[in-house]
Design a protein around this ligand. Structure first.
Ligand code: SAM
Length: 242
């Protein structure tokens, strides 16, 4: 068994969010082999995760990811979960610990990210994580998507990526997306809404927005509804604008 060592690099303490009711208790597991690692604490779940200098935010938990983990709720419907753009796996591993009865798909375009996420999950005994390249995520439908999406690839490419995956949200499912306010979070919410996924703001913290895009479970979004020609008598509660 590898020796237990004090935290070598980053440290991340995150309070449990609404989705942490089923969080796994702290497990006794060996720390990763010496190298880059980050200590993660989300509610009652604590783990030391291996990272890699080639990956996003490899010395510490990204503050946006911390906001996402603290605020995103439990999946609204039954089914598999998706961490889109898993990096070294903080979201996938936390979801898998919180929801041991769910399969958590961890997808990334970078093979290094997939390898390290799978290794982290295995070492932590989280057998419900499936780290795969984008083309191999098996389920046709997801109960929820949790993502700190890759803003660095450019607005158009990131939007295309989301439009590629959101059709796999089940009816009643949601995509929880954390995006920096000054990197276009509100514009993204408007774009997704216009594309057929009504998107509201769950919270705004530390310069980040957590957006919630609603799935409709039909693959392609329903045709846009034309604007009403006269005021509706009972329009119902409006979605909080992003
Ligand atoms: C902002 S990082 C988030 C990483 C990790 N979830 C975290 O919170 O630390 C976005 C991730 O998306 C990945 N990515 C970029 N393009 C992608 C694509 N087309 N499909 C899947 N993942 C992609 C990047 O490799 C990167 O790991």
């Amino acid at each position: 068994m590898a020796p237990r060592r004090p935290l070598a690099e980053g440290r991340a303490d995150v309070d449990g969010g609404a989705g942490s009711r089923g969080a796994a208790r702290h497990r006794t597991v060996p720390d990763p082999a010496p190298g880059h690692q980050v200590a993660l604490r989300v509610g009652s779940f604590q783990a030391v995760l291996r990272t890699d200098p080639s990956l996003f935010s490899y010395t510490h938990l990204d503050p946006g990811t911390a906001v996402l983990l603290r605020t995103a709720p439990a999946p609204p419907v039954d089914g598999d979960l998706l961490d889109l753009g898993c990096g070294w796996g903080p979201v996938a591993v936390t979801l898998a610990a919180r929801h041991p009865d769910r399969i958590v798909w961890a997808v990334d375009a970078d093979p290094r990210a997939i390898a390290i996420t799978q290794e982290n999950a295995q070492r932590l005994g989280l057998a419900n994580v499936r780290a795969t390249p984008p083309g191999e995520a098996a389920p046709a439908r997801f109960a929820a998507i949790y993502s700190n999406p890759p803003v660095r690839v450019g607005k158009r490419t990131m939007r295309d990526l989301l439009i590629e995956w959101l059709p796999r949200l089940d009816a009643g499912a949601c995509a929880y997306l954390v995006v920096k306010k000054n990197l276009g979070a509100d514009g993204l919410a408007r774009f997704l809404t216009d594309e057929g996924w009504p998107t509201g703001r769950l919270c705004s913290k530390r310069g980040y927005r957590v957006l919630c895009a609603e799935g409709h479970g039909e693959g392609t979004p329903p045709a846009p509804v034309p604007p009403p020609t006269r005021a509706m008598e009972n329009p119902g509660p409006p979605l909080r604008p992003a």
